[in-house]
Structures are given as C-alpha cells and as structure tokens.
Design a protein around this ligand. Structure first.
Ligand code: 13P
Ligand code: SF4
Length: 332
C-alpha cells in the first residue's frame, strides 16, 4: 500500500510506540529517513551507540556493512534493514581478494608475522574476520590515525584495506611512506601498503572544483573527507571524517564560506548559509539514497506481522572473529 510521506511518518511513529525497535540512521541518509532516526551519527558513533541500546530490533538505515557490524557486535539483537544497500567500496574486497593481497606481500618477501592488517569499517564481516585472524583490527575515518599510530608500535608493515585513499591520506598526515598494491612501488619501501579500493562518490571532487571555488570566493575554506583522492586532501584546508567535518563547519564564523567535499545529503543539512558542495556533479551516495520512508514503514510492518524483512545474519565463526576485529578498535 502506498502512502504520502506525512502518512508514512505518522505510521512509523505509531510502530515506534508499539514495537521494541530502535531506528538507526547514518548521516548520509535522505533527510526524511534521517529525521526518523532514534540514533544518528557516523559509522563509529552508530556502532558504539547501538551496542549500548537494549531494544529487541535494530532497524538500520544505512549500507550493508554497517548493519552487519551491529549484528556482529550484538549477536543477540535482531537487525533488519529497510533496504539491503551495499557500499560500493565494501564490495571491492572479499575474503578471497584479501588473501590474494596478503600473498602479494608474501611474494615480496614480507611474511605474515611482519604484516599487521587494518580494515576500514567499510568492508564485509568476512574481511573483518580474516583481518582479526592475522592479529589485525578495524578502523573508521574518525580513528584511522590513532589506530595506525598504535599499530606501528608493533614494528610491522601495515596492510590497509580496502580504501587506498584513506590509507594514503593518513600515511601522508603522519609522514609515513605508503603505496598501493599494483602501482609498481617496492612494497618493502612502504610503511602502509594499501589495497586498491576506493569510494566512487568521493572520487567526484577534482582540483578544478577547488580552483573554481578559490577563484570565485577568495578566502573560502575547503574541507574534505579522507576518502577523497590524496591530491584533493593535500589541497584542502581541513580533512576529517564525517563527525569531524560537522564539528569543524559548525564552529566556523557565520560569514566564513566553506566548500565541502563529501556526500550531498550531509552537506546540504550542515549549515543554512555560506556552505557549498565542492562539485559540479551532485555527490550523492546512490546506495545510501536507496532507503525511502516507504521501505522503513514496510520493514516495521513486517516486524509487527512477525515476519521481519531483510534480516542481517552472520555465521557464528565469521561473527566471532569479526567481533574481535571491531572490539580491538573499540578498546582503543
Ligand atoms: P563515516 O565513517 O565518516 O561515517 O563514513 C562512512 C562512509 O561510508 C563515508 O563514505
Ligand atoms: Fe560507501 Fe562511498 Fe557510499 Fe560511503 S559514500 S557508503 S564509502 S559508496
């Protein structure tokens, strides 16, 4: 049955009263879905806040790896997603490709004992599990620097998957040498060896976009997410994760102009004036945008009907190891 958004909002609120559910929404969700969230935030905040929540059902509005992380951390919760949307970056690596990357390092003479793998949270549970089995852990864009700093204390090479941009940007910030598997570099020369994955949305920002805004509005600040290409981050005034960008922009004086290089829905609701999207193309994450109010209503109705749609399930062995890699991160 199709309803107007106003009707859907009302029905969703009725289900929120009736059922033991917590609606969780990532910052990149469409406004009308985001507004229904009981818990909102970036991927790290969502993982932490949801772990502490005690409703029977988590209704996760985001992309697959995020819902999966909630299930991994809290296997007794029932996690459902209004849409089974997949992050494009997370689909760039699976367990087989991860093992292949490890063999490339082995072929270069770097043994497993000398590798410390770190996976960005934007990866599936299978990859997180394999990383944990090699003594590694998860990071998000908010804590990547801290996680890498800590990991370096073990004196090992870091294998960073799947985002080459985040890996290289953090390495640059820390004055470390980095490379991307397959770029022709000698792997032994690098501290951080990155898998060749990326976010298609954050690749949309270009140096031309930065020049355009700097010319049009002298004095404008450029703020970008570390999933952007290193050339873009190097040319930015501020580089930060979703929450760090929000904090930075909210604290700017009202008249300070800023152009922001990250997902459109987030930028659009950041600040009423003097905030621009750093691209001539609308940088929407197609999969984050898949979830609609109708989907949210449908999934709540399915819980009420006793036949939950799109439930996230993770096999026991993968859950056990993926949890270890997430908890190693949370412990830091
Ligand atoms: P955050 O960790 O900043 O929430 O980012 C998740 C993401 O998918 C960014 O593209
Ligand atoms: Fe994945 Fe990029 Fe979308 Fe983030 S913006 S969820 S990294 S595809």
């Amino acid at each position: 049955m199709k309803y107007t958004n106003e009707e859907l909002r009302q029905k969703i609120n009725e289900y929120k009263e009736k059922l033991s559910v917590t609606i969780v929404a990532h910052f990149y969700q469409r406004d009308e879905v985001f507004e229904m969230g009981d818990i909102t935030g970036d991927s790290l905040e969502l993982a932490m806040k949801t772990k502490a929540d005690d409703a029977d059902y988590v209704v996760f509005c985001g992309v697959g790896f995020m819902g999966q992380s909630v299930k991994v951390l809290s296997p007794n919760k029932r996690v459902v997603m209004p849409k089974l949307a997949c992050c494009a970056m997370a689909t760039m690596i699976d367990g087989f490709m991860y093992e292949n990357a490890v063999s490339v390092l082995n072929d270069a003479g770097i043994t497993n004992e000398n590798i410390l793998p770190i996976t960005y949270i934007n990866s599936n549970a299978e990859v997180k599990a394999k990383v944990a089995q090699m003594g590694g852990l998860v990071c998000t864009s908010s804590n990547a620097k801290k996680i890498i700093t800590n990991a370096l204390k073990e004196g090992k090479k870091i294998l960073f998957v799947p985002d080459r941009c985040l890996g290289q940007n953090i390495a640059n910030q820390m004055g470390l040498k980095s490379c991307v598997i397959g770029d022709g570099s000698d792997l032994n020369e690098s501290d951080v060896i990155c898998f060749n994955g990326f976010c298609s949305v954050h690749q949309l920002f270009s140096l031309d976009d930065i020049s355009f805004y700097r010319k049009k509005y002298p004095g404008i600040l450029i703020a970008t997410h570390p999933e952007c290409d290193p050339s873009i981050c190097d040319a930015s005034d501020f580089v930060g994760s979703t929450s760090q960008l929000i904090k930075y922009i909210k604290e700017l004086p009202e008249e300070q102009k800023v152009a922001v290089g990250t997902e459109f829905n987030l930028v659009n609701r950041l600040r009423p004036k003097n905030t621009y999207v750093l691209s001539s193309t609308k940088p929407e994450c197609p999969t984050m945008n898949e979830t609609t109010l109708q989907d949210l209503y449908d999934v709540l109705k399915s819980i009420d009907d006793g036949e939950p749609l799109n439930e996230i399930l993770v096999d026991e062995e993968t859950q056990k190891w993926a949890k270890i890699s997430l908890e190693r991160m949370l412990a830091l």
